[in-house]
Write a protein of this length. Structure first.
Length: 326
């Protein structure tokens, strides 16, 4: 009788051991598959066009050096994905040593010289004229700040990404409404206070300008809110099980010149509470009508101050043009 019980216990242990081994193998296959899909999809995203910064004499190391990244929201649905204009232009400098960010949202109507085209116009037209390289050079010439990397995302991609992370929560500054970008258009109403938004709502929230007394600057603040909310969701523990899903969406709608290894390194170095590490910047100016068109004409002293602050954050001297000091 005793032998029979020992035999049953031994057999039960063997069965449990086999089940445990099968579960571990299944988990390894599951993680391996997600890792393979994530890597393959992100590799598509990080194969963006290479750029040539006129303010660098050497390549920076994103894993240890302060770097700059230009984020561009593309309004290209009217041109079926060809060129289009930059509806959002955000320059970010990041110092990995203290994990600090400085962000500058550039009003799209800013009056600047468009590089290589001998024309002075709105900065958001640089992309439609010469693509990413012309945009990079135009921003560099305007601010005297080197741009190391860029990230572009189109409107559809923006909405899909917000939906994939489960929506974002923002703090609405005041009551307002905005039309959707769909056909036919619909009004979306936003109420002061905390509000959870899906992709369609987040895009409308980010784009509204006419009903904001702060015009482009209020719009820029809302764009920063949504961007940091997306990053917060991606960094949350629950995102681990959806890395492959995120990667598929990113690869369809985002392009960047940040390599795969550097992108993963940058992602892992980001602080959990990103908002507390960000310092938003803005330059002064005034709206002016020039040749029948309204522009935002920046105050040069204010632009110079912003330039000095961002260059210092990158480890560059105010009057230095070249590789960041280590």
């Amino acid at each position: 009788m005793e032998i029979s019980r020992k035999y049953k216990r031994t057999k039960k242990k063997k069965i449990l051991k086999r089940v445990l081994i099968i579960c571990i193998l299944f988990l390894c296959v599951f993680i391996g598959y997600k890792g393979f899909v994530t890597y393959s999809e992100l590799n598509k995203m990080t194969n963006g066009e290479e750029i040539d910064s006129k303010l660098r004499t050497g390549k920076v190391d994103i894993q240890k050096d302060p770097v700059s990244i230009l984020f561009l929201g593309l309004e290209d649905y009217a041109t079926k994905g060809v060129n289009g204009r930059t509806d959002a232009i955000i320059l970010v400098t990041y110092n990995p040593k203290d994990k600090s960010f400085k962000t500058l949202s550039i009003p799209r109507d800013t009056y600047v010289d468009i590089s290589n085209y001998n024309v002075t116009s709105k900065i958001n037209g640089a992309y439609s004229r010469g693509g990413i390289q012309t945009t990079i050079q135009t921003v560099e010439n305007f601010l005297n700040v080197p741009i190391d990397y860029y990230v572009t995302v189109n409107f559809d991609g923006f909405k899909n990404i917000v939906d994939e992370v489960g929506g974002v929560t923002v703090n609405v500054p005041f009551d307002f409404w905005e039309n959707t970008d769909t056909t036919p258009r619909k009004k979306i109403y936003f109420t002061k206070g905390e509000q959870h938004l899906d992709g369609l709502e987040a895009l409308a929230y980010s784009r509204m300008r006419k009903r904001d007394k702060n015009n482009d600057f209020g719009r820029q603040e809302r764009q920063r809110q949504v961007l940091t909310a997306i990053l917060k969701e991606i960094k949350s523990p629950k995102s681990i099980l959806k890395t492959d899903t995120y990667a598929k969406e990113f690869s369809k709608n985002i392009r960047t010149n940040i390599g795969m290894r550097d992108a993963l390194s940058l992602y892992s170095s980001l602080p959990k509470e990103i908002n507390s590490h960000i310092e938003p910047l803005k330059y002064d100016g005034e709206n002016k009508k020039i040749n029948g068109v309204y522009y935002y004409v920046a105050d040069q002293k204010s632009v110079d101050d912003i330039s000095s602050e961002m260059r210092n954050h990158l480890g560059l001297k105010v009057d230095q043009v070249g590789k960041a000091t280590q």
